[in-house]
Design a protein around this ligand. Structure first.
Ligand SMILES: NC(=O)c1ccc[n+]([C@@H]2O[C@H](COP(=O)([O-])OP(=O)(O)OC[C@H]3O[C@@H](n4cnc5c(N)ncnc54)[C@H](O)[C@@H]3O)[C@@H](O)[C@H]2O)c1
Length: 377
């Protein structure tokens, strides 16, 4: 492996999301995209032309031929587990994998173990929970800025294995163990599919309920009862909240004298503004501040710094487990379900267009238009 930068980056999955993720690495002065793998020859060629790196039609072949520092798996969700395990086994020093992590708890365990047992950080997804302002908010909550965190209100459907809201709630609860959950789902609790993969098949739909963490923090999660998607972290002396689906626009409130109620503390977090994701002179769309932040954290880590604070594979494994446990509760007549779940064969599959390859789901014309949104030809 490379002792000094530039760090050698491999992109596994050179599709519509893979190109901008790889671009974020390639534009960092201490990283270089040096190898590409994709089962679709057309996408592989597109990426080869964009990065000027050798292409392989499987990640096994790539790892057999290349020494890689950072592997980025940006695949349909189905092949994620095998690709992440292969990257760790091949000696990569850090792995990035898009979200959702996977569908089956046993596969999540495999991915986390394959990386963790080798001391390899596994960062998962360009998700708002990795945004610098959210990382600041976790630190403030942990440092007692809003007193002791007591309760978390979550307003969202917790799709994709809970990789947004449930993961955020757990981060604010100190990444602690969940004691038990009592849950409900919008659709059929006996389905394994968040959204049906075939016409007429059953789907789980949204997932919510009550989550009690071992440290006493309680989370209440519901969908469609308010007109926004958001989170409120309630402490004994204040509140942190957000009501949009970006990392921006977090707000901090602190309690004054008892009768004065909550007052807002200004200037702590960035204000919500639409991110200007324009194109640069090479035709690349800006990969976005969260992804660029993840790249920087991985570089800092490889240079001897702290493990990344961005959302990890283990975070996503726990979020998936909570989502499945909420559904499991309804399967058992809304009984309380204790975590960790013993049955690791339990699964919750994301929508078909995430689990499978989008070009096959939506067709080539739609797909190639999407490719040119990441980089103009
Ligand atoms: N964080 C976000 O905001 C965000 C946005 C978009 C996509 N995503 C995630 O990124 C991932 C990829 O999304 P996408 O739209 O690029 O997916 P996609 O369906 O376009 O597939 C990506 C690429 O993977 C290739 N591929 C499929 N199986 C492979 C295998 N076994 N080995 C090597 N290559 C293989 C395909 O040929 C394709 O080029 C998904 O998990 C998606 O959920 C995240």
């Amino acid at each position: 492996m490379t002792a000094t930068p530039p760090y050698r980056v491999a992109l596994i999955g050179c599709g519509r999301a893979g190109l901008p993720r790889a671009r974020a690495f390639d534009m960092h002065p201490q990283c270089r995209v040096v190898a590409l793998a994709d089962t679709d020859a057309e996408n592989l060629e597109f990426a080869r032309a964009a990065f000027g790196a050798p292409g392989y039609d499987s990640y096994d072949e790539l790892f057999a031929n290349e020494q890689i520092d950072i592997a980025a798996a940006v695949l349909p969700v189905a092949p994620n587990a095998g690709a992440v395990a292969a990257a760790a086994e091949a000696g990569c020093r850090a792995v990035f994998c898009e979200k959702p992590l996977t569908a089956r708890l046993a596969d999540a365990d495999w991915m986390v173990e394959a990386c963790g047992s080798r001391g390899v950080p596994l960062v998962c997804g360009v998700v708002i929970s990795s945004h610098a302002d959210y990382q600041k908010a976790y630190a403030l909550a942990a440092a007692g800025e809003i007193g002791a965190v007591r309760r978390i209100n979550l307003y969202e459907g917790n799709g994709q294995g809970g990789c947004h809201g449930l993961n955020l709630a757990r981060r604010f609860a100190g990444r602690g163990q969940v004691d038990c959950v009592i849950g409900r789902v919008q659709g059929d609790p006996h389905s394994d599919y968040e959204q049906a993969h075939a016409e007429g098949a059953a789907e789980v739909g949204a997932v919510g309920g009550y989550i009690r963490f071992a440290n006493g923090v309680e989370c209440f999660s519901s969908w469609e009862d308010v007109g926004w998607r958001g989170i409120e972290i309630i402490g004994t002396e204040g509140m942190i909240c957000n009501s949009n689906n970006t990392g921006l626009g977090l707000r901090l409130f602190k309690s004054g004298a008892r009768s004065a109620g909550l007052r807002e503390v200004e200037g702590v977090f960035s204000e919500y503004v639409e991110e200007d994701r324009g194109y640069d002179e090479e035709g690349w769309r800006d990969p976005g501040s969260t992804m660029k932040g993840i790249v920087q954290e991985l570089v800092d880590y490889l240079q001897g710094g702290q493990p990344p604070g961005a959302t990890s594979g283990d975070d996503m494994r726990h979020a998936l487990e909570i989502a499945i446990a909420l559904r499991e509760s309804q399967r058992r007549g809304h009984a309380a379900v204790e975590l960790p779940l013993a049955d690791r064969s339990l699964a919750m599959y994301p929508v078909r267009a995430r689990w499978e390859y989008k070009k096959e789901v939506y067709g080539r014309e739609w797909y190639m238009e999407q490719m040119t949104m990441a980089k103009k030809p």
